[in-house]
Write a protein that binds this ligand. Structure first.
Ligand SMILES: [Zn+2]
Length: 384
């Protein structure tokens, strides 16, 4: 198998869990890629020989971003809704229906090419693993095809039939989501998710939907406490879910429940940026001992950014995270939030997924917001 030495790395973020510092930083570093995996990391001066050699000229290298929350399968856009919101119209969950109509009207080819474009946009910004949800089909056929499209791009596909009640009786819709729609979705999905929020699904409905999903072999995730206080975060903790996403409005008992259950709080600061809502308080969660991930939530309504670097900058500026915590949250914690131990760190045995920054350190991701610092992204040992 071909080996490649990537050397003259000014600063290497390994996320080695054995290291004394959070990021497992190595200065003047190198790493060796063998096939798709990391075979060696350390000081450049100590590096072994390899078949090929890439000199990064002192640039920093971070693990590829693991974006554990996105909604990329959709058609149309909602730029006018965004403009209206910026002119004072409040955000509400119902805008999802606009995208549902456009998505149902799109062909499979249109949906696929649109997802391909967004995944490529993410890759150019350093994202190497992305979770993709359905949730803009909301019929048996359209949810199944949304997941089949997503599956072409990632193993991390999430069935979100319970995004919003499209029309009619909510009870009947929950029966559909937990019955025929689940049967059609399960073969294409690894996860099941519910938008547990006023205007969407309540905690009892979420419990029923996640329970049905578990029965079909799908692991649960939850959108909760985005728009106001509620029971969603405590439900996630009670069910022992791996991650609960948004966590903007948290009572003290919610924070305690997350700490006690070990459930990861995935914060999505692009949403608050794009809706002018208050940001979640990452500092409070981390200080309480809760694991925090950050992700893009890329979607056409509440947050149409695919940029994890932007989310890192926002997490530092607006949520009280240090640059090191934010980078860790977008890589290592993102991998944990997807139960992946093969990505999210640049240590021996993991997949060689990395982002090369045109910068001397990871700090620049927050220090230079909006600047396209990612100059190369490697996935499974191959530069893109
Ligand atoms: Zn979402």
């Amino acid at each position: 198998m071909t080996t490649t030495l990537i050397t003259n790395i000014g600063e290497l973020v390994t996320n080695d869990p054995e290291a004394e510092d959070l990021l497992g930083l190595v200065q003047d570093a190198a790493l060796v890629v063998e096939g798709s995996r990391i075979a060696w990391t350390g000081r450049a001066a100590d590096a072994p020989d390899a078949d090929e050699r890439v000199d990064l000229g002192g640039r920093a290298v971070v693990p590829g971003f693991v974006d554990s929350h996105s909604h990329l399968v959709f058609a149309g856009d909602r730029a006018q809704e965004f403009a209206a919101r910026m002119a004072g119209t409040p955000y509400a969950a119902g805008g999802i229906r606009t995208t549902v109509a456009a998505t149902r009207a799109a062909t499979d080819e249109q949906l696929t090419s649109h997802v391909a474009r967004l995944v490529e946009e993410m890759r150019r910004q350093g994202t190497t693993t992305v979770e993709i949800k359905s949730g803009y089909g909301l019929t048996v056929k359209d949810e199944a095809r949304s997941l089949a499209v997503a599956r072409q791009f990632t193993e991390e596909t999430t069935y979100l039939g319970a995004h919003v009640v499209p029309d009619g009786d909510p009870g009947e819709y929950v029966d559909l989501v937990t019955g025929p729609m689940l049967d059609a979705a399960r073969e294409h999905a690894r996860w099941i998710d519910v938008f547990c929020e006023r205007g969407a699904f309540d905690a009892d409905q979420a419990r029923a939907i996640l329970g049905a999903g578990a029965g079909a072999g799908l692991r649960g995730r939850l959108h909760a406490n985005q728009l106001g206080y509620g029971d969603g975060v405590r439900l996630a903790a009670e069910l022992g879910l791996l991650a609960v996403d948004h966590c903007t409005y948290l009572a003290d008992e919610d924070v305690d429940a997350l700490r006690d259950s070990g459930t990861i709080a995935t914060l999505l600061p692009g949403v608050e940026f794009s809706t002018r809502q208050p940001y979640p308080d990452a500092r409070r969660l981390i200080d309480a001992g809760v694991r925090v991930a950050i992700a893009s939530d890329c979607n056409p309504g509440s947050c149409f950014t695919s940029s994890v670097p932007l989310c890192i900058a926002l997490a530092v500026r607006e949520m009280g995270m240090t640059p090191a915590e934010a980078v860790h949250a977008a890589t290592y914690r993102g991998a944990e939030a997807l139960d992946r131990d093969d990505v999210g760190a640049l240590v021996v045995g993991r997949r060689a997924d990395l982002a090369v920054l045109d910068a001397p350190t990871h700090v620049h991701l927050a220090y230079r917001p909006g600047v396209p610092l990612v100059v190369q992204t490697w996935i499974a040992g191959r530069p893109g």
